[in-house]
Design a binder for this molecule. Structure first.
Ligand code: AMP
Ligand code: GLY
Length: 439
């Protein structure tokens, strides 16, 4: 049996761990915060900083780890893969230079511009207020997005019309970033529908998985502050009514070009998982951001549908010999996140969560632990998303009903978006896309 290490502590790592175990791995977990799901699946766990590479290496040696899968971005962007590989542990995840695709939005935009990758958008970097006003004037304030340079957990980006409503708002936010000594981008605002395309990458080959659509805003009807993602869905044909196979091919082709550009620019191959967030607009497919890992919640939509053996895929990523033969079940999936009341602004922590496991099983809903802790057999909230509930079925409608019924089996001071995965919201997206494309 293969001894696999998973690094990370969220629902994304829970589903990665579940898939590794499903496909024959002995699981070991290293996490900065104990995930109850991973604890139950693992032979052994250590709770310690995910960026203490020496400690992780010692854990690997102690348990004869064959390879490590890195879940979150934080250790990737500071070089976990370089450190573990130096210590003799092969990793599924990009090295530090390649992970800058997520770690530095400026690096990413400049790379795409230099290699003339089509889906790039116009942007300009700043490290002071010099030139900000004239750039706003040139672009028009209503056409701008402000993006801090580093990792912000999906909460640092501010979009005109959503979070910023005047030139003064833009200037105020930019000044705030300058004060914090954060470099930032002013970027062309795109209008359209977003999709997530996640892929396995072995340095050269980029193998895509079913499209997913996430819901970043906290409240129903896409209202409220941005979050890490409140839920997501995928469809049985692995597309969406408003994204065609041609759109996916175009996005995948740009991901391939990006992987080649990383090698050309840094000399390092991109290996691991690559998350492309794209927007379909009236003027074509645009790249919104890259992440150097699976999405959370999007990993929960895709990994349970994987027909191939995930352990073998991880070896193929490490060995650079991925083939394009991996299949995913032709099923729809809906994931709904339960978050503590008040999240993300003022979340209620340390609240008990009651889980009716028998009923969840009866309904056929799966569930994944995110930021909760277990004490004496009970699970409690922290300040972030608590649990992901997943429905899988032959159609979106059925998958959504399973997810919603599953959510009903989990009680506590929690909330979720009832509209994620509903046909009503899907129709709204279709209408939106049609109005932009004037069909
Ligand atoms: P990010 O952290 O880069 O994923 O950005 C968070 C959210 O901001 C994205 O999911 C988009 O909805 C929005 N966003 C980011 N960049 C742009 C852009 N260039 N145009 C329009 N919306 C954007
Ligand atoms: N769901 C958004 C992310 O994983 O970044």
């Amino acid at each position: 049996m293969v001894n696999c290490l998973i690094v990370g502590h969220g629902a994304r790592e829970h589903v990665i761990g579940e898939t590794l175990v499903r496909d024959g791995a002995n699981l070991f977990s290293f996490m900065s915060f104990k995930n109850a799901g991973l604890e139950d699946l693992s032979e052994n766990v250590e709770v310690h900083s995910e960026t203490d590479f020496q400690e992780i290496l010692e854990f690997c040696k102690k348990f004869n780890i064959d390879f490590a899968v890195i879940g979150p971005e934080a250790p990737l962007v500071v070089g976990i893969v370089d450190a573990l590989e130096k210590g003799g542990i092969p990793c599924v995840g990009p090295k530090i230079e390649a992970a800058q695709l997520e770690g530095s939005k400026i690096f990413m935009r400049e790379l795409l511009a230099k290699y003339k990758i089509h889906s790039n958008v116009i942007s300009k970097k700043f490290d002071s207020m010099e030139g900000v006003e004239s750039y706003i004037k040139d672009m028009g304030e209503e056409n701008l997005v402000v993006k801090p340079e580093g990792l912000t957990g999906g909460k640092g980006v501010k979009v005109f019309g959503d979070h910023l409503f005047s030139k003064d708002d833009i200037i105020e936010y930019c000044s705030e970033l300058v004060k914090k000594k954060s470099r930032f981008l002013l970027e062309e605002k795109c209008n359209g529908e977003e999709f997530t395309l996640q892929a396995f990458v072995d340095g050269k080959n980029v193998i895509g998985s079913p499209l997913v659509q996430d819901h970043k805003r906290a409240y129903e009807d896409d209202k409220g502050p941005n979050t890490g993602g409140m839920g997501s869905y995928s469809m049985e044909d692995h597309l969406m009514p408003f994204f065609t196979q041609d759109d996916v091919d175009e996005a995948l082709s740009d991901m391939e070009k990006t992987v080649a550009a990383i090698k050309a620019e840094t000399g390092v191959e991109y290996k691991g998982f690559l998350y492309g967030q794209f927007m379909k607009t009236a003027s074509g497919i645009k790249l919104i951001e890259y992440n150097s890992r699976w999405g959370d919640p999007e990993a929960m939509n895709v990994l349970p549908l994987l027909k191939g053996n995930f352990v073998d895929i991880c070896w193929a990523i490490i060995n650079g010999n991925l083939s394009n033969t991996y299949k995913f079940e032709n099923k729809a999936s809906v994931c709904k996140y339960l978050a503590p009341e008040g999240y993300p602004v003022n979340p209620k922590r340390d609240e008990k969560i009651f889980i009716d496991k028998k009923e969840l099983e009866k309904i056929g809903a799966k569930y994944y632990f995110a930021s909760v802790y277990r004490e004496g057999g009970d699970v409690y909230t922290t300040t972030s998303r608590a649990m992901g509930v997943l429905g899988i079925s032959n159609s979106l409608e059925k998958a959504e009903k399973i997810a919603e019924a599953g959510v009903g089996c989990i009680k506590g001071k929690l909330f979720h978006r009832k509209d994620v995965g509903t046909l009503k919201l899907l129709q709204k997206r279709i209408d939106h896309m049609n109005s932009l494309l004037k069909r």
